[in-house]
Ligand binder design. Structure first.
Ligand code: NAD
Ligand code: IPM
Ligand code: MN
Length: 370
């Protein structure tokens, strides 16, 4: 069995709390001989700023590049509100995504049956929900230049962000979405705002041409991003795969999280291009949520999004899909027993701490293994 090198970045706020639960699972997988993970730990975000004055050190960037996969929990928090923009905690995460060329962010939103009543929407709207948001992650307004604040000298300032997309960027994220749809329910919904944005026009044109050229067997529809936000809460089960840009994908995935019960439920995979020679690709696995400063240090964060991100790592980086299924099945069984963290308390028999939830998932994994 080959050794898998995981580079682990717990980050800030609830980050280290939820990452500790993943480390327990990894340790158990190692002890059972199911896999041989080697964990190296680093600093990102505010934790890195406090240690090195940068949102991630060059040494940790090199470790991230050398690893088989990176696991990152969350960055940011009010403690670093005043730090210079280029070394703010979020800059560490953005640099990882950009420098590792992780252009495809897969954000699945699945409503576990036991949580249909934990959603803020009615049971019948979310029950059985299984959609995948494919978010472009290395382009758009996040990285477009110019990006600056100019002092106009008359007591006024001008802030500029620039949305930029090239054909190849839209094509490659489109392919990820169409390929995923073929393994799911064969439907892609592409979303932009072509009624306002030139990048939306190009997005629509490129996705439509790609569809005709390479994926005529997949159903394609287009929805403007504002309307899609509405449809997500109106009738979310109409969606299979949603493909959209960096900023819309960020917002729409936070909206989608509430269909599953909580932001604490949503895992994600940030993937680079597959190297044709080795068949491997750079990848970072991160929950959709942030550092949750309002509950940090209280031991009440939901670790399921982080544990689900480990499952995605097994599935997308290590061809261990069966083990990923087992982890997701363990999560489902815990929820069916009414064991919940506070954010998904609806219908709970017992409210668990972060560590108790991690232990409960591990106990189900162990029970299924013996
Ligand atoms: P957030 O996602 O941290 O929190 C939003 C709300 O969801 C909070 O009420 C929080 O308590 C709750 N929540 C989030 N994760 C939870 C979990 N696992 N269990 C239970 N409840 C959970 O968003 P925010 O408060 O807007 O941002 C806080 C900081 O996190 C900011 O600095 C932001 O930039 C950063 N952030 C980082 C990431 C990341 O590292 N990937 C993602 C989003 C936000
Ligand atoms: C996310 C986060 C990040 C983003 C921030 C922390 C840079 O909100 O991963 O969803 O905007 O991409
Ligand atoms: Mn976000």
């Amino acid at each position: 069995m080959s050794i898998i090198k995981l580079f682990v970045l717990p980050g800030d706020g609830i980050g280290p709390e939820v990452m500790a639960e993943v480390e327990k699972i990894v340790a158990w997988l190692n002890s059972e001989g199911v896999a041989r993970f080697e964990i190296e730990k680093g600093l990102v975000g505010g934790a890195a700023f406090d240690a090195h004055g940068a949102a991630i050190s060059e040494a940790d960037m090199a470790r991230a590049k050398a690893a088989d996969a990176v696991l990152l929990a969350a960055v940011g928090g009010p403690k670093w509100d005043g730090v210079p923009y280029d070394v703010r905690p979020e800059a560490g995460l953005l640099r990882l995504r950009k420098d590792l060329a992780l252009f495809a962010n897969l954000r699945p939103a699945i409503c576990y049956p036991a949580l249909a009543d934990a959603s803020s929407l009615k049971r019948e709207i979310v029950e059985g929900l299984d959609l995948m948001i494919v978010r472009e992650l290395t382009g758009g307004v996040y990285f477009g230049e110019p990006k600056q604040i100019i002092d106009l000298g008359n007591g006024q300032k001008r802030a500029i962000d620039t949305q930029v997309y090239d054909t190849y960027e839209i094509e490659r994220i489109g392919r990820v979405a169409f390929d995923l749809a073929r393994k799911r329910r064969n439907k892609v919904t592409s979303s932009e705002k072509r009624n306002v944005m030139k990048s939306g026009l190009l997005w629509h044109e490129v996705i439509s041409a790609l569809h005709v050229r390479e994926y005529p067997d997949v159903e394609l529809e287009h929805q403007l991003a504002d309307a899609l936000g509405m449809q997500l809460v109106r009738r979310p089960k109409q969606f299979d795969v949603i493909v959209t840009d960096n900023l819309f994908g960020d917002m729409l995935s936070d909206v989608a999280s509430m269909l599953t019960g909580s932001l604490g439920m949503l895992p994600s995979a940030s993937l680079g291009e597959k190297d044709p020679a080795s068949e491997s690709r750079k990848a970072l696995y991160e929950p959709v949520h942030g550092s949750a400063p309002d509950i940090a240090g209280k031991g009440m964060a939901n670790p399921i999004a982080m544990i689900g991100s480990l499952a995605m790592a097994l599935r997308y980086s290590f061809e261990m899909g069966e083990l990923a299924d087992r982890i997701e099945r363990a999560i489902s069984l815990v929820l069916e027993k009414g064991l919940r963290t506070a954010d998904i308390a609806g219908g709970a028999k017992q409210i668990l701490s972060t560590a108790q939830m991690g232990d409960a998932v591990l106990a189900e994994l162990k029970a299924a293994h013996s």
